[in-house]
Design a protein around this ligand. Structure first.
Ligand code: FPP
Length: 248
């Protein structure tokens, strides 16, 4: 009996020495969560934002160094204007309150994605939040906002082309490093663990370069139902996988 209990406890544990350094999250299913409850989609996004706070706190407490969350894709502009406006308001609130809500937790906040399509107000707030949190030593939280993996690669290619045009670089000098340096996540490690909720099994243009060797975990729960214990489960699944990076 005792042995069984001990074993069970051990099974529940995660190996803190073998944590994913960078976790990517596709927070899917807010709309379905709301629909199931007869609520407007906005209620699902609000609940999703609450869920996110708990997950970032848990990841930070565990010692994960980077988390990137897909908050608004370059394709999400196609949604009804009221929903887009609501998501933008939610993101704005999140950035404004980041100082208060995540202050004790030492979270460094960054936004990744194309900024020129965002409102002036949002661009200013992003700068402010990034500046206010830049010296923190805890987890780095990248909020993917007006983000698309293809757009990011185009952005990187343009930077390289510009350097070549200015004679600062020759085409032969272009390596993976130059492409990486032009990504919004330059200087950060690749994604080790990618989690997508709601049962969908797609990348949806998320971090196409950075997930090249990521372990992918697809969870049936809808994002607002995803709890810190589910994050632990995903990390355990990750730790149970044999990563070979193309080797044997
Ligand atoms: C996908 O669910 C989710 C989104 C497009 C937005 C994600 C946003 C949040 C979790 C909240 C805001 C984020 C921050 C950082 C404050 P869906 O709407 O596509 O759901 P469905 O597939 O069930 O319709």
């Amino acid at each position: 009996m005792l042995f069984k209990a001990l074993k069970k406890n051990k099974e529940r544990d995660i190996d803190l020495e073998n944590l994913p350094k960078h976790i990517g999250v596709i927070m899917d299913g807010n709309g379905r969560w709301a629909k199931k409850r007869g609520l407007p989609r906005s209620a699902g996004h609000k609940a999703g934002a609450e869920s996110l706070k708990k997950i970032v706190t848990e990841a930070n407490n565990l010692g994960v160094k980077y988390i990137t969350v897909y908050a608004f894709s370059t394709e999400n502009w196609k949604r009804p204007k009221a929903e887009v406006d609501y998501l933008m308001d939610l993101l704005m609130d999140y950035l404004i309150n980041a100082e208060k809500t995540l202050a004790g937790e030492n979270v460094r906040i960054r936004a990744i994605g194309s900024r020129k399509e965002l409102s002036e107000e949002m661009r200013k707030q992003i700068k402010k939040t990034e500046e206010l949190t830049k010296d923190r030593s805890g987890i780095v939280m990248n909020i993917a906002l007006n983000y698309g993996g293809r757009e990011e690669l185009v952005h990187s290619a343009k930077k390289i082309a510009e350097a070549v045009r200015n004679g600062k670089m020759a085409p032969e000098d272009i390596t993976e490093k130059e492409i990486e340096d032009g990504l919004y996540t330059a200087g950060q490690p690749d994604v080790d663990l990618l989690i997508r909720t709601s049962g969908e099994q797609r990348l949806s243009n998320f971090m196409l370069w950075q997930v090249s060797y990521a372990e992918m975990v697809f969870v049936h729960k809808l994002w607002p139902d995803f709890k810190p214990k589910d994050l632990i489960e995903c990390i355990k699944i990750y730790q149970g996988r044999g990563r070979r990076f193309g080797g044997i």
